[in-house]
Design a protein around this ligand. Structure first.
Ligand SMILES: *Cc1c(COP(=O)(O)O)cnc(C)c1O
Length: 359
């Protein structure tokens, strides 16, 4: 068989950045390995959620409900909004892809802050659309004024990630309101609230209320973080009816498994138990931030389940050294490291290491 000519790909394929998933490190010198690189919850799932999953396993010879009816019903009750506004997908990354495919095609523009969630550029490029990346301010905040200035006649969607991944800061309701007042109503604004459950800042956006008050705003949420279901792939969009409808059309058929659906519904039923874990994470975050501050690190305050340490040029060295203590973290070369608030022992090791990186 001749191998000299390969099938042609779309030119966009060469432009796609390679997604670096949170790296798993090996145990070193008998040290237990910990993963603080993917912003997961360190706890195992609740027994009641596992029981629902085990129960649903006996039906996996059947296709799931493509309309995720029960889940949409639970969400509708939780947020007091009709199911017509709700669309689900395979994780909120899946939903994000469905949104962009529904609103942006060849040459259309997608605006988002940078640095922000790494899936935005990938998904935008796959859709054939163009990324317009607006740099964060020096203290890691969204520059909403610059984002307004970036709007053109080709803009179709603007992502606002709050709390922002990887810097952890929030956008205030007041700033968002001023922004929304100036965004043309035919442009969709998506508030990515993957970490909203970890926010304790009263001035932060209330995404659902904002969505209800604006005809061009939608909210993106996930069961992967606070609800601890990262491995099951289920997230959702709540937004304008016509967009929710289109987001259902661009979904991978039967993408959200029945197991994911029952686990999500069970998790909503056991929210108070899950949110106790979220409270613990927040306590740990405060402790971790104060330890770093004591060492003299200037870190942006986080409202998420991770902390950003601007290590600059020392990012690679810090990351390499963290492998030596069997802790995986998420490096952004030349900029900084993002550390998920996971097991206390792992965070203690990171603090010990950080002591060697104080100027
Ligand atoms: C983790 C994350 C998501 C959600 O990911 P899924 O697991 O696909 O639901 C969405 N947005 C941001 C900013 C994230 O960090």
């Amino acid at each position: 068989m001749s191998e000299s000519v390969n099938p042609q790909l779309r030119p966009e394929m060469a432009m796609l950045p390679t997604y670096k998933a949170g790296k798993k490190v090996d145990s070193v010198n008998g040290l237990t390995a910990y993963k603080l690189s993917s912003n997961e919850i360190a706890h195992s799932p609740l027994p009641s959620v596992v029981a629902a999953i085990v129960d649903a396993a006996s039906e996996i010879n059947r296709y799931p409900d493509p309309f995720t009816t029960r889940l949409n019903q639970s969400l509708s009750e939780k947020f007091s909004i009709s199911t017509e506004h709700i669309a689900t997908g395979t994780g909120s990354v899946g939903v994000c892809q469905q949104i962009i495919q529904a609103v942006a095609g060849d040459g259309d523009e997608v605006i988002y802050a940078w640095r922000s969630f790494e899936a935005y550029p990938i998904i935008t490029t796959i859709a054939g659309a163009v990324s317009v990346q607006v740099p964060l301010t020096n203290d890691g905040q969204h520059d909403l004024t610059a984002m307004l200035d970036a709007i053109t006649s080709k803009t179709r969607v603007i992502f606002v990630c709050t709390p922002n991944n990887p810097t952890g800061g929030i956008v205030t309701q007041q700033k968002l309101n001023e922004f929304l007042a100036k965004v043309p109503k035919d442009i969709l604004v998506v508030i990515d609230e993957a970490y909203v459950e970890f926010n304790r800042d009263k001035d932060a956006i209330d995404g659902i209320a904002t969505m209800k008050a604006n005809s061009n705003v939608g909210v993106l949420r996930t069961f992967s973080k606070a609800y601890g279901l990262a491995g099951l792939r289920v997230g959702y969009f709540i937004g304008p009816k016509n967009v929710a409808d289109a987001v259902r059309k661009t979904a991978v058929p039967f993408g959200v498994s029945n197991i994911a659906q029952v686990a999500a519904v069970a998790s909503l039923e056991h929210e108070s138990e899950l949110f106790q874990r979220v409270d613990e994470v927040i306590e740990e975050r405060r402790w971790f931030e104060s330890e770093l501050a004591k060492l003299g690190f200037k870190i942006p305050p986080s409202q998420a389940n991770f902390v950003w340490i601007p290590m600059g040029e020392r990012t690679e060295e810090f990351t390499k050294r963290s492998e030596g203590i069997a802790v995986s973290i998420r490096p952004f070369p030349g900029e900084g490291v993002r550390i998920s608030i996971g097991e206390h022992l792992a965070l203690e090791r990171v603090i010990e290491l950080a002591k060697e990186f104080v100027f």
